[in-house]
Design a protein around this ligand. Structure first.
Ligand code: 5GP
Ligand code: ZN
Length: 113
């Protein structure tokens, strides 16, 4: 039995505000937005985070980044700019252990690096 909340979002057991879906990825609005636009992009395949990614996921990881770019263009904030974040593990504050990338836009963000 899979208790992963993001797997449940993908299969519709938990409702979500979907932005985009294809055969590899699912994108939806974060329930607790940290920016005017806060989208989560997740692979349909469950793995818990970047530490579990392997060379077999190379194309999938590239597809996630290009999906972020596509959404930025389609939703009209590509030119103004956006931030893509992946939190991996305890020190980064990861709370959901199904790989996900945050896509943040609509504001000017403080620099982290
Ligand atoms: P993390 O902290 O692991 O990088 O990010 C997890 C994100 O998932 C958080 O920003 C949190 O608000 C979001 N989240 C957690 N549960 C749900 C949910 O049930 N629905 C949606 N749409 N977002 C969720
Ligand atoms: Zn999952």
């Amino acid at each position: 039995m899979n208790d992963c909340i993001f797997c449940k979002i993908i299969n519709g057991e938990i409702p979500s505000n979907k932005v985009y879906e294809d055969e590899l990825v699912y994108a939806f609005y974060d329930i607790a937005p940290a920016a005017p636009v806060h989208i989560l992009i997740i692979p349909k395949e469950h793995f818990s985070g970047m530490n579990e990614a392997s060379p077999a996921h190379q194309a999938l990881l590239g597809h996630i980044l290009l999906t972020a770019q596509k959404l930025a263009k389609d939703l009209g904030f590509a030119e103004d700019g956006y931030r893509i974040i992946n939190n991996c593990g305890e020190n980064a504050g990861q709370t959901v252990f199904h790989l996900h990338f945050h896509l943040l836009a609509g504001d000017q963000f403080d620099r982290l690096v």
